[in-house]
Write a protein that binds this ligand. Sequence first.
Ligand code: FES
Length: 252
Amino acid sequence: MSLTHKAAASLVRHTARQQHLPVVRQTAALVRQQQQQQQRSYADSSTSSNVSHANFHSPFHRGKGDRPDTTVIPSFKKYRAGNEQGNKVFQYFMIGSLGGLSALGAKDTVQNFLVNMSASADVLAQAKVEIDLASIPIGKNVIVKWRGKPVFIRHRTEDEIKDAEDTEWQKLRDPQPDSDRVQKPEWLIMLGVCTHLGCVPIGEAGDFGGWFCPCHGSHYDISGRARKGPAPLNLEIPAYEFTGEEAVVIGT
Ligand code: FES
């Protein structure tokens, strides 16, 4: 019952007692009747609330009395499919779907990684360089840049070829016959990087008529083989291919 109703009823009763008026008495009876009806409606609503609460079964409710036991693993049996076979089919479907999605994601990740790591078009364009040999006279050196490194191209004379072939290569520190270092005897093509510490040797210099590295005094012969000084290996021969009588492509 609200405070307003209580105050109104009390006021009416007090007035009736004081003045003994029949109209006031009737009004007080009416107010009492309304109070009783209101109390009955409250009682009805609380009863229906208790009934609906009593019908609710929490999956955690295994404790004593009204207190739920939250340490109990709830049972969801009533949400399962009717038969065990149906459950397994659903599980296999979910595992297969998630596995397929994971495989697709992994494939995309690896593919993107490989695409990013592969050489771009401008890098691939620099991977090969074509040289016109007709412009290099006999007995002259030319240096070209390939993949950021110098490449020596020597158009050797007859005497230089003979000298390179007659050398006792078995006694050299990096034994290698001249025939293993050239595809055509008149063309010597090799990287211009000293095998000691990477300086660029000077052509037509040194004690063997080939190349000399001024950094620490290594001497190479006319076949690019290490003959004196600290260089441990011969100058490296890159991959190349003759594409014509007077054309070569370095970097095949
Ligand atoms: S780098 Fe050429 S001799 Fe040392």
